[in-house]
Design a binder for this molecule. Structure first.
Ligand code: G3P
Ligand code: CA
Length: 353
């Protein structure tokens, strides 16, 4: 219900009571985004269609695929530069060039692999969840990820975004391919909460320029580590060992994806907001529901705009609890909203049965 009051404060309803304040100190006053980090990677094998589908069912706002390029030029969802940590490649193939780099294997070879659960809490089973695809734990192509999210949006009327990461080193050709594939799948800037991210700040600047050239307008997010420079704030770019000032980032980026340490705090977030930059933190990995509350709450109150989390359900639950705990609703408000018929759409988050 508090999200409804936030909507009122933003003027989304003509009858908003005077003085109603947003519950959130986010850049747009809306609830922080729950970004499904590597899918539902705390529950199921990371970066798989099954994992993304579970995250959608849990009510994530955004699906995050990290992207690598195969030997035959296909973008696939994979965090690491090699196949070894997350798949059974070592059981099926000999190393190539001394390793199992994605870029040394064809898509057909990679499709023969199975993605295995990693981390302490993931498995191949989640209670009450039955993946709809025949083989849910293969390495998906970027195309398949977009197909899944687009089909979900078409079927439900939701506007779930995607947050592809061009893993570094990201070439001009790779950046162009990511954007062109997004545009041809309708992710041209018209799908809400869609970002393109990279750790390379020069790469982010290039992505912004390429979007203009191609004629699309997704948000661009630069990744890194928050720094208080004394006379301002910046973000450390670990790919070059340099620091980019927030003012420079605001020249080409719309948001920042930041590690939850270094100098990241409410003051940094407020400075980013002053420049029009949203702030999304990574990575939220609470092991229990209570740990989730304690981990998310300070960042909600600091005005963070989105949470990369392996546990989408816990992120959704924390926001619901936060909203339930806050401002009492005037007795007439539910009746007014029922008349507007908007409740069903606003209560879009649902737990998996
Ligand atoms: O992209 C934001 C966050 O995912 C960065 O961490 O290493 O999981 O890609 P990583
Ligand atoms: Ca990532």
């Amino acid at each position: 219900m508090k999200r409804i009051i936030a909507a009122l404060s933003l003027g989304l309803f003509a009858t908003a009571p005077a003085g109603a304040a947003s519950l959130y100190n986010t850049l747009d006053g809306n609830a922080p985004l729950i970004v499904a980090h590597r899918g539902a990677s705390g529950y199921l094998p990371e970066h798989t269609l099954g994992g993304y589908e579970l995250a959608l069912e849990m009510g994530a706002d955004v699906i995050e695929p990290d992207l690598q390029m195969t030997a035959d030029g296909v973008l696939v969802a994979m965090h690491d530069a090699t196949l070894a940590r997350t798949t059974n490649v070592e059981a099926l193939f000999a190393p190539r060039n001394g390793d199992y780099r994605v870029s040394d294997f064809t898509l057909a070879e990679i499709k023969s692999l199975t993605v295995e659960p990693t981390g302490a809490t993931a498995s191949t089973d989640y209670p009450g969840f039955a993946p709809t695809m025949a083989d849910p734990y293969k390495v998906p192509t970027f195309q398949e990820v977009m197909d899944l999210v687009a089909a979900h949006n078409a079927a439900t009327g939701a506007g779930i975004g995607i947050y592809p990461e061009a893993k570094t080193p990201n070439s001009l050709a790779m950046n162009r391919q990511i954007l062109e594939e997004m545009k041809s799948n309708g992710f041209d800037g018209s799908v809400p909460n869609t970002f393109v991210q990279t750790f390379s700040h020069e790469g982010a600047r290039q992505l912004a320029a390429l979007q203009t050239e191609i004629g699309m307008d997704n948000a661009i997010a630069a990744l890194g580590y928050a720094l208080d420079l004394g006379d301002g704030f910046g973000v450390y770019d670990a790919t070059t060992g340099s620091v980019t000032a927030l003012e420079d980032l605001a020249g080409f980026a719309d948001g920042l994806g930041l590690y939850l340490g270094y100098d990241l705090d409410a003051t940094f977030i407020a400075a980013a907001h002053e420049l029009g930059l949203s702030v999304h933190g990574w990575t939220f990995r609470p092991r229990t529901d209570e740990a989730a509350w304690e981990m998310f709450l300070p960042w909600i109150e600091a005005g963070m705009d989105g949470f990369f989390t392996d546990y989408a359900q816990r992120g959704v639950d924390v926001l619901d609890r936060y909203e339930a705990a806050e401002v009492p609703v005037p007795a007439t408000l539910p009746l007014m909203l029922a008349g507007l018929g908007g409740l069903a759409a606003l209560r879009r988050r649902r737990a998996v049965a």
